[in-house]
Ligand binder design. Sequence first.
Ligand code: CAA
Length: 403
Amino acid sequence: MFIYKAGVIGAGAMGSGIAQVISFSGLPVVLKDTDMDRVNKGIDMIRKVYQGRVDKGKMSASEMDQKMKLVIGTTSYDDFKDCDLVIEAVFESMKVKHQVFQDLEKVLPETAIMASNTSALSISQIASAVKRSEKVIGMHFFNPAPVMKLVEVIPGLQTSPETVDDVVAFAESLRKMPVRVKECAGFLVNRLLLPYLNEAAYALQEGSAPAEDMDKAMRAFGMPMGPFALLDMLGLDVCAEVSMILYDSFGPRMKAAEILGEMHKANRLGTKNGIGFYVYDESKKADLKPIVDAIQAKTGVKGTAFSPERLVFQMINEAAYCLEENVASPSDIDLAMLAGTGFPQDKGGPLHLADGIGVDVVLEKLKEFSKTLGPRFWPAPILKRMVAANYLGQKTKKGFFNY
Ligand code: CAA
């Protein structure tokens, strides 16, 4: 199926980023929100991205004008009536998403695809609200959408194989890298990324090291930004929401560090409102220490050690769980982390990294972390089976990959 015109619902950072990507590929895109103020803010964000390209000499001003003409702002569902594919990017409420999909289904052509950019909600549950549920699918972009190459393609229980193929082809036409992911809470990348970010949050609330030092250490490891700068960019409200969905599905291993909820409660949401772990607006400056002290008084846990392994081994362990559940293949898991989070290219992804370190070494370290830091480090069963069968990684020429 060829997509001649697309739509995006929700003109926030993700929705407008996705609309920019679509317009950049040369397709007209309808961008809808509930009022024109929000729509115009979204269009301004798109213009800013193009202006950046013009300023850097990557695009001419007239090319920018042509691309901007492809973006059609609206507050009405009627403008979707000739769209072949619409991506929903509204906030993470199942109730709101159900309403959006029902409204959308009424106006769209019968053949149109209805995709959701949800970060963690169930695609099958979203699809259950509409009649043409075989046309519903997850199409998950990464922040900032104009830059990050990955798009997770997540079929729900009802999604037809044709819809999956069409969305994979569409993502490729946007010059993105689609990876098919089996539906589970957090899908693939958030399921690996959140435990990593959560571990950084535990280390901070336990006084292991200041946020700046941990960010610096993770940049030295090769991540494009540190965990606290990333948490601030994603928004502490979004992260608290995704953490809850992960906990609900996977239990204690995903229990969110108390500080994430406390930051949300204190309205320290990150870059979007001027203060998160870092201060972006001097007028909002406030000390983090009282929050940390109160958590330490409550949990009694403090003075644990920080190391980059503490964070990265959370990612590796969750990657092993995902592999065990056939969420994606080993190469897709690594590729998704490179393209979706900027995981360092030279390390090849979390599973290649584990093969390089030695699966036996990873297993022993996870057992040690499990004793010293808590059972959230309990090793994925596949790691024990691999070690027992001598799948130790590069040193035995077989591990997650063959060498
Ligand atoms: N919008 C558009 N373009 C942007 C941008 C934005 N918000 N931020 C940066 N860019 C562009 C810059 O203009 C620049 O473009 P050129 O190459 O054309 O000059 C390029 O990206 C690189 O930017 P910078 O030089 O300013 O900075 P950088 O090299 O540090 O890159 C970054 C910035 C791309 C954000 C990088 O730090 C990065 O990859 N960070 C990791 C982000 C990440 O992990 N995202 C996934 C989060 S999980 C998620 O999104 C899922 C979810 O559901 C919660």
